[in-house]
Design a protein around this ligand. Structure first.
Ligand SMILES: [Zn+2]
Length: 136
């Protein structure tokens, strides 16, 4: 099998993500998000100790719903979505959302984030408490 050239690999990483910014279809370049990794994590309150399961709260601006807002790679992106991209080193599949297990919109802890459909998200909002996530 012929391996991809660097240019081809770069092209393959560029994907359209729908609904990223106020419902507008925008082009996200994975490489430029990954390049901003250090800048992004410097805005997140990371735990002092290893192995503690706490929320990693976004230290920058938040929107009216409490979601962190960052301008890494593009303006006005939600910080938990960037945290998911950085921890998985891939873009969020089209039509999927990044949901919080912890119901803390500003949390960027990758272990508190999971992919779901908009339908999952709506169902999650209807479920009271966190029991739904105790046995993933
Ligand atoms: Zn959390």
């Amino acid at each position: 099998m012929k391996s991809m050239t660097e240019e081809e690999a770069k092209a393959a990483r560029r994907l359209y993500m729908k609904g990223y910014m106020r419902g507008k279809r925008v082009l996200i370049d994975l490489a430029s998000v990954l390049d901003a990794r250090d800048r992004f994590w410097s805005r997140v309150r990371l735990p002092n100790a290893v192995g503690v399961d706490v929320c990693w709260e976004w230290q920058g601006r938040v929107d009216k719903d409490g979601y962190g807002v960052t301008s890494v790679a593009l303006t006005g992106q939600q910080s938990h979505r960037i945290a998911w991209i950085l921890s998985h080193e891939r873009l969020i599949p089209i039509g999927m959302q990044v949901l919080h297990r912890c119901d803390n919109p500003s949390c960027c802890n990758p272990s508190h984030l999971l992919l779901g459909t908009p339908k999952d998200n709506a169902r999650d909002r209807d479920v009271k408490g966190r029991d739904r996530w105790s046995n993933p």
